[in-house]
Design a protein around this ligand. Structure first.
Ligand SMILES: Nc1nc2c(ncn2[C@@H]2O[C@H](COP(=O)(O)OP(=O)(O)OP(=O)(O)O)[C@@H](O)[C@H]2O)c(=O)[nH]1
Ligand SMILES: [Mg+2]
Length: 446
């Protein structure tokens, strides 16, 4: 089915990337030395989607890690020195100090070229490269600024390949960086042009999600990153393990992105049935599993899809699930009032099924009881409520020109701020327009 290159940029990218490979290795049964622990390979399994096979019959991850701050990369060098290729772990001397422009225009340039050389080296080893997944946060300087520099170049050098973002973006109510709204607005302006699709995550919503279903007292970044890894690894699950209803990166895009700029996807995970497993020691029905995905509390972004319109979605079910059962469930789902599709996309739900049992680093405690799970990637207009919140925060800072000198001081023209802000406004308008029903616009034309 072709190979994929994973790129991890900035602290979030690198730290979540480490957990991501733990998750991938668990699924493929590969240890920290790159050795496959089960001899006979499932004949549908496609290990080479993510790994290069070395002459010593070891599996080497096809990826590049980059952070301008060396600490997160040094941690990986210490703990997994035999697993990753040394040259694919790239670090700098100082971070961007949460400044998008430092990453994009000044200190990120040189390191971007080194990263692209490593990406080229990996792509030369591929027979049929499908595309790239870039993992990063848009809140700071490196993941956002250097990440966009890399994405810009990929969109030129690998124009026909699919490019997907796994993107942490600012939470609605808590912020670790004061200048997050600036980095978000400037970063989104570029992302809209250089990437095909972004899967969005918010830390605050993930904390809430965990509180709803699990009893973890001290939730740390490792836990959050493990949860994010379940979603981002599931994106390629059916490409790596085959299944009754399979898809590759290109058909995932074709089915989810109905307009080029309406491409920010909110994920949901079927964990609400954990309570069911804990209390009743049984398995949830497939209907319960699929239905839970559409509940607000299962989404990893703080918006309310139940009150807005779905444009399209991709539902991937894993475990002992078969196409006919799924079709029945989808029929039931479509009759639910809170799942409201725009009338001009009547088919709406793409389904993927993979019979390989899900394994995951986060819920290992319950693993023996996990016979199935499901993930939803939804293109829903409620995401624009978050753009509105970000736009408001940006406007407050910008009205007083607070912190603007840090950006201008790095060589950015001050009208780039207003240009990026206008683009966000245009995006909000785009979302309003796509949620107008075909019937409604027909009547208005009348
Ligand atoms: N979930 C999660 N969030 C993280 C992690 N590390 C940082 N963050 C969040 O990411 C945002 C900042 O992005 P970073 O990735 O740290 O920034 P960076 O890309 O390294 O950029 P600079 O440090 O400014 O050069 C903040 O909102 C942090 O809360 C992590 O390992 N997991
Ligand atoms: Mg950093």
């Amino acid at each position: 089915m072709g190979e994929i290159i994973n790129v991890f940029v900035g602290q979030f990218g690198v730290q979540s990337g480490y957990e991501y490979w733990q998750q991938i290795c668990l699924e493929h049964n590969i240890n920290s030395y790159g050795e496959k622990l089960t001899q006979e390979q499932d004949n549908k399994e496609n290990v080479t989607c993510f790994f290069n096979e070395s002459e010593k019959q070891k599996y080497v991850p096809r990826c590049v890690f980059l952070d301008l701050d060396s600490t997160p990369i040094d941690e990986i060098r210490k703990s997994s020195s035999n697993f990753f290729r040394k040259d694919c772990l790239i670090s700098g001397k100082e971070d961007c100090g949460s400044n998008y422009v430092r990453g994009k225009y000044t200190i990120g340039r040189e390191v971007c070229n080194i990263t692209l050389d490593q990406i080229r080296l990996e792509s030369d080893k591929c027979d049929n490269l499908q595309g790239f997944i870039i993992h990063r946060s848009i809140n700071g300087g490196t993941g956002a600024g250097v990440g966009n520099l890399i994405a810009d170049r990929l969109s030129i050098d690998y124009n026909k390949k699919v490019k997907i973002n796994s993107l942490l973006f600012p939470s609605n109510n808590i912020a670790n960086e004061v200048v997050e709204p600036f980095n978000f607005v400037l970063g989104m302006h570029d992302i809209l042009n250089n990437l095909d699709m972004s899967i969005m995550f918010q830390n605050e919503q993930i904390y809430q999600f965990v509180d709803n279903f699990l009893d973890i007292e001290q939730l740390d970044y490792q836990n959050v990153n493990q949860l994010i890894s379940i979603i981002s690894s599931s994106l390629t699950y059916s490409m790596r393990f085959g299944g009754d209803l399979n898809y590759n990166m290109a058909n995932l895009l074709t089915n989810l992105v109905c307009y080029p700029r309406i491409n920010n996807i909110i994920p949901s995970y079927s964990s609400s049935y954990l309570n069911f497993i804990k209390e009743k020691s049984g398995q949830p029905t497939i209907n319960m599993l699929c239905s839970s995905l559409f509940n607000k509390q299962n989404f990893l972004v703080d918006c309310n899809p139940e009150q807005d319109k779905y444009l399209s979605c991709c539902l991937t079910a894993r475990g002992d699930i078969y196409p006919r059962q799924m079709s029945e469930s989808i029929k039931t789902l479509k009759s639910r009032k809170s799942i409201d599709f725009v009338d001009y996309i009547p088919t709406g739900i793409k389904v993927g099924i993979c019979q390989k049992l899900p394994k995951n680093v986060f819920f290992q405690e319950y693993e023996s009881k996990f016979q199935r799970d499901a993930i939803l990637l939804a293109n829903n207009t409620s995401i624009s409520s978050i753009y509105l919140i970000m736009a408001e925060k940006f406007d407050k800072l910008y009205a007083k020109r607070a912190f603007v000198h840090w950006y201008v001081g790095e060589g950015m023209e001050s009208d780039e701020f207003s240009c990026a802000r206008e683009d966000l406004q245009a995006l909000i308008k785009d979302y309003e327009e796509v949620s107008i029903e075909a019937n409604q616009s027909y009547n208005e034309d009348d």
